[in-house]
Design a binder for this molecule. Sequence first.
Ligand code: GDP
Ligand code: MG
Length: 282
Amino acid sequence: MHIHWFPGHMTKAIRMMREEIKLVDSVIYVLDARAPLACVNEAFDEVIGSKPRLYVLNKADTVSRDAVIEWVDYFRSRGDKCIYSNSVSKADAGVIVKNLVELNEEIIERYRQKGVAKVVRAMVIGVPNTGKSTLINSLLKEKRALTGNKPGVTRGKQWVAIDPYIELLDSPGVLYPDYRDQTKAMKLALIGSVRDEVVDQYELALDAAAFFIAEYPEALGERYRLDVVPSDPRALIETVAARRGIVARGGEIDYERAAKAFIGDYRKGYLGKIPLEKAGLR
Ligand SMILES: Nc1nc2c(ncn2[C@@H]2O[C@H](COP(=O)(O)OP(=O)(O)O)[C@@H](O)[C@H]2O)c(=O)[nH]1
Ligand SMILES: [Mg+2]
């Protein structure tokens, strides 16, 4: 598979971020818990500079508790602040707010000494589809931020006050320009951070199949009721097609549809809580 995708609006988005970062005290850096390192956009480091950042491993419900805790430990061992969240539920909202306040403790205290209650402003950043808007929504009493399961739903500036003293700035997802690392690109495509329209779905399914055959054959065996899991990615896609009755006119296998079904199975969690990256084992 080969993905080359860095459309102009992504470059523009980075430029916009450089301006908007000036308006905030800190950053909430949202990563997909299934592939946290693939979600790291090196271009963000320069944008964030020395502003305090809180990493949030979002979609924590899509991997095992152990896997997400290992990632939290990994980031903390680097000296970074890191928590995890399932933003679809509101269960982790309290932890996020508490950590955001802690992240800004110094500046809050500085203002307090001057007798001023500081309004903390944070920018929520991350590659597309990591759940930035959903996370902001989860902190709100009422739904307001726009969300969608497609990269690029968030456009323009969106300030959201979650209480009188905390304001969050949503941002459009920005992908990094570096597609030399095609493994990273494959993971980003699988978690929906690269638009499906620009990725060959069959090629993506083959890469994903090769990965799952090597790392999680039991999960495949269970999902598709197989005594023997094919060692060949193409054969696995054919098995998926057979199990789902996916045939084109004339009785041929519809590879494109089978590929999409397979990718969909992963995204919907039907293959199980499978991380694409494990801390310490990448
Ligand atoms: N399972 C799960 N899905 C989530 C979570 N957070 C967001 N999503 C889903 O991920 C998709 C993208 O979310 P969105 O907030 O639009 O992502 P954004 O592009 O980063 O703003 C939506 O379908 C959300 O419902 C989460 O914690 N767990
Ligand atoms: Mg969004």
